[in-house]
Design a protein around this ligand. Structure first.
Ligand SMILES: *Cc1c(COP(=O)(O)O)cnc(C)c1O
Length: 390
């Protein structure tokens, strides 16, 4: 073997079968091979186990897929390079021209863009309703054959709680699939409702450290098998190195999530008692209009706390600028706490009527609670409120 050949074919390191790495290595390989053509043909026919091409499957991704499926109470999982990518390819693979989607005003912005603008261009129709509009939901499903109902809970930013049993029941009664973007509630919530497809942004609680993006589509083995050829062709594959980092993030998922939820409740209670705060939106508060529903259908109440500040835009701006431990940034579920002041919460594309349903007002501020000491966070919020209203 000459050196020009050797650099392409380095000798493999054989790891004995009884000698395993404690942490699964990163399979940073696009291709996998078997010893001969017959074995390879058998594998591609699904008659034996094995990997072939990393756009379809890769051992590093497989471990994370299995873990997330187990946590979410689903049979299988497909990973994607971002949460938005998971929404885009799941909806693309599930729908065809002429299909109808029932979606909600309170949905994540890029999800609405996907349904209204992109799928709309390809002839998929939609109806957008407020998530609490039961009469509307029942009317639309009765009048219009619907391929899927796509919803979120808690919603962003004012943490409305979707009645999941009701929505899934309505979808299934009318022959529609129930698709839930479950990012805000984490992987351990909402597995018991017979939802057909769960979608997650792994960028949030799986990463947990704000340094890697990913997405997941979870559902039954049969349904995901039917989507794989399309999703493999669309090609939004997660990189093995990102999958490794997400797997590492998952080790501390419950430690972070539990602590962040407890801190979020403390922050919500602190804000509720503050004279400059008109209203706090957090499902863990007894004052939340759907507290009982949240307590019934969730194991915890999430890590987002939204509130309406007295005085509107300028006060929100001054408040956010005065915070020390909360960075002005989008996203949630990270180790660090984040703040979105009213001027950055978006919603400019809504009609006045739709905007009323989003409940985003001129003083609405969204906090994402991190893993800092909660006493420090409360001291910080207190001083920033003083600065804003000075
Ligand atoms: C962040 C988010 C997404 C998109 O995820 P990315 O990983 O940022 O692409 C989708 N849905 C919800 C509810 C989100 O919060």
């Amino acid at each position: 073997m000459k050196d020009r050949t050797r650099v392409v074919h380095p000798a493999p390191v054989e790891v004995p079968a009884d000698n395993r790495p404690l942490i699964a290595p990163i399979y940073q390989s696009v291709k996998f091979s078997l010893d001969d053509t017959v074995q390879t043909e058998q594998m591609l026919r699904g008659q034996r186990a094995g990997f072939f091409y990393s756009r379809q499957s890769n051992p590093t991704l497989r471990q994370l897929e299995q873990l997330l499926a187990q946590l979410q109470g689903q049979e299988d999982c497909i990973l994607t390079a971002s949460g938005a990518g998971a929404v885009a390819v799941a909806l693309t693979a599930l729908c065809k021209a002429g299909d109808h989607i029932l979606a909600f005003i309170e949905s994540y912005g890029p999800t609405r863009h996907m349904i209204q603008k992109i799928l709309g261009r390809y002839g998929v129709r939609h109806t957008l309703l407020p998530i609490e509009d039961r009469a509307g939901i029942e009317r639309v499903l009765a009048e219009t054959p619907t391929r899927l109902v796509m919803f979120e809970s808690p919603t962003n930013p004012v943490t409305k709680i979707a009645d999941i049993e009701y929505l899934v029941g309505q979808a299934h009664a009318h022959g529609a699939l129930a698709v839930m973007d479950n990012t805000f509630a984490g992987f351990h919530n909402h597995g018991q409702f017979g939802i057909d497809v769960h979608i997650h942004s792994l960028t949030k609680y799986a990463s947990g450290h704000g340094d890697v993006m990913g997405g997941a589509i979870l559902g039954s083995r049969a349904l995901l098998k039917s989507l794989r050829p399309d999703i493999g062709t669309l090609g939004p594959t997660l990189d093995p190195h990102a999958a490794f980092l997400l797997q590492r993030g998952m080790r501390t998922y419950f430690l972070r999530y539990d602590y962040q939820c407890a801190s979020a409740l403390r922050v919500a209670q602190f804000l509720s008692a503050h004279p400059k705060v008109r209203r706090v939106f957090h499902p863990g508060l007894a004052s939340h209009p759907q507290h009982a529903l949240a307590a019934r259908q969730m194991k915890d109440f999430g890590t987002v706390v939204t509130f309406d500040l007295d005085g509107g835009l300028d006060y929100g701006r001054r408040f956010a600028d005065a915070l020390e431990f909360f960075s002005i940034s989008a996203s949630l579920g990270s180790a660090e706490s984040l703040v979105m002041p009213p001027s950055l919460l978006g919603g400019g594309e809504f009609t006045d009527e739709q905007r009323r349903h989003t409940a985003i007002g001129p003083g609405t501020v969204r906090l994402s609670i991190g893993i800092e000491d909660v006493d420090d966070l409360i001291v910080d919020l207190d001083q920033a409120l003083k600065v804003a209203f000075n």
